[in-house]
Design a protein around this ligand. Sequence first.
Ligand code: FAD
Length: 400
Amino acid sequence: MDLVSPQPFWPLKNGLLGIYPSLREDVRCDVVILGGGISGALMAERLSEEGLDVVLVEKRDVGAGSTSASTALLQYEIDTPLVELTGLYGIEKAERAYRLCHDSIDEIERLVDKLDVECAFQRKKSVYLASRRRDAKLLREECAARQAAGIDVTYLDVADISARFSFSREAALVSTQGAELDCYVLTHALLKRSVQNGARVFDKTIIEKTEPGADGVRLTTDRGCVIQAKQAVFATGYESQDFLPRKVVSLKSTYALASEPLEAFPGWWEQCLLWETARPYLYLRTTNDRRALIGGEDDAFRNPVRRDALVDRKTDRIADKFRELFPAIELDVAFRWAGTFGETKDGLAYIGSIRQMPRCHFVLGFGGNGITYSVIAADLIRDAILGRANSDAEIFRFDR
Ligand SMILES: Cc1cc2nc3c(=O)[nH]c(=O)nc-3n(C[C@H](O)[C@H](O)[C@H](O)COP(=O)(O)OP(=O)(O)OC[C@H]3O[C@@H](n4cnc5c(N)ncnc54)[C@H](O)[C@@H]3O)c2cc1C
């Protein structure tokens, strides 16, 4: 699958930060991880810190999948509002899902500090805008539900919004918990640490066959090498559907742009993270080199040829929407790209295993807050592999 259009922003900005050999012999290990994006890298770090013998296999270059295209807004906010999620699964599970996403941002900050990596991690407020007047009522209810769950969130009305921004909206929610980062750099740093911990990383190696058995999992690569592992973790992102017996994700296309560095940000309160109630939504942040990073205009198909042909038109539309919001900011588009994107029916990730594939674990952080899901998954799957009970596994299991 072609996950991203040519030349997404982060690899152009950072270059190739790490290269690894491809696998050319048979190997054995405790755990094999398929996929060297942010999910696989977080997993490798967690498992190698536990002293497990880890092999990670990536079919492209490390970080060259969806991770290279991510706008990397770190939000605890799930695409499905807390009120709606409560209707689906009850208050306890819904609040817990929000709490886990909330805390995973703190966890990323801890990791960034621990690895001492310069990956432009910065705490930011997250502002959720009412796209239509009538969404104000939904936001009031959502605000009350989140506050009751112990989340620091405030309701803004028209006057509050006009005092902070160059545009007007009927309502918005401001959350203090939010952040932004360079996910591509963090991915490479996590894998470097994993290698220091003894993990073996191979890129340009495709897993073509997976045979789970009673004693372990046997995987065969495109060069015919065999990996014999006690357990396997599929951190294969939007391509994971190929390994699963039933459809769990709707694949779409999303579009993004990075501006030239901006002199100033008039009308953009604290350069907060911004998104909105409309579906699909516009999502915005800034970078540490003073760019605006904006995404949206999602399409309900994933055909990469069709998607890539639309990059200019879609990103022009995104730029126009930005100019409507911030007329005093002179936006010049510097980079444009598109990527495949996945959503689940309830906005929750799928993390865990399926009956048909024993000793295999899946990290499918689908949804707008995919990165926070990957952080949650690293803990849940580590516990499953080590045989530790974790009651949170219930929330993200496949047969929910
Ligand atoms: C344009 C865009 C904007 C986004 N914005 C945000 C955002 O603001 N905030 C947020 O939280 N999330 C965002 N996301 C989602 C987020 O980027 C993803 O959730 C995250 O990058 C997924 O990481 P991953 O490691 O699971 O997948 P990937 O980065 O795709 O990594 C999976 C890897 O598995 C490898 N692989 C697949 N099959 C095999 C195989 N058979 N053998 C070996 N290797 C294999 C692939 O090559 C790939 O590198 C965005 C996504 C896109 C496309």
